[in-house]
Design a protein around this ligand. Sequence first.
Ligand code: FES
Length: 359
Amino acid sequence: MTNNHDNLPVAEPIADPGHPEHHWRPTDVDDKAEKRAERQVSTFFVLSMISAVAFCVAYFTIEPEDTFMGLGAMNVALGLALGFAMLFIGIGVIQWARKLMGDQEISELRHSAASSEEDREATLAALAQGLEESGIARRPMIRNTLLGALALAGVPLIVGLRDLGPLPGKKLEKTIWRAGTRIVNDVTGRWIRPSDLEVGQLVNAEPEGLVENLDPRTNPEDLEARGVEVLHGHELIAEKAKSAVILVRIEPKDLSEATDNWGHEGILCYSKICTHMGCPIALWEQQTHHLLCPCHQSTFDLADKGRVVFGPATRALPQLPIEVDRDGFLAARSGFLEPVGPSYWERNAPSYWKDREPK
Ligand code: FES
């Protein structure tokens, strides 16, 4: 046969090759082989359950500092146990499909995207047939062990949540700031006098009592008399993270009355921890009195109680009430009257909003 225009041969349609001959598997024709395959598949699911239980046992019994061939023993054990739990489920499912599920090939003609009522019914029938051929209804041992394996495979993930650590409880509510705690420059480690700050200046600071930043003039007896506890190690790191503050000096005439009342001659002290997601803030716009968080651009007005003027933060920056102590240094008049930093579920309890004036 040729093409009318240029005498090229016209391609013949490819003949439908049909399906290859179907070979029955031993499990299709031999009841014993079928039962044997069923037990094999269930064995893999049981092995998966054992691996998941082994994960939990390893998690609770191996010490984090134990080693195995130079590696962390706990990590090796958890990795292997979880890996085997998943692997055995995978092998079991593959064996089930290869040996027990129906393996006859079928042809289906293409049709329009929208299914007719008959097609839907045919699909449901095919689905039911598939379920029937998979034997899930007839093989309760496989079904039950698979369900058990899948259920236990999730347990290691739940157990792993314990690594998020204990709930913080009341630890987020308080800092070591209390009445009389002196404010220390976090670079020089020295107490700060009002005369150290000029109008428009911002200083990063922290509470005295952090061992790495004790003012060189510190007298241990005086420290004790003022009730200041010196922190080391983990406690020091935790306090450093949540007690950081900034000191700014603004013309008193530019301050709202409530802001001025908690400061000293225009010197104000605010938490340095953003109330959005906890970034440390220190981008200071002297002219507008705005403090900008570099993470998501929340902007706080330090001349007006740390009010949010822009960005995703929803709470004002907590202000620390300050005064000048008998030795002429800037010190807290009380601790923060609300928890610093980002919100958390328990944070907005009404009790935080009582007694909002320093004693
Ligand atoms: S952490 Fe400050 S704006 Fe998001």
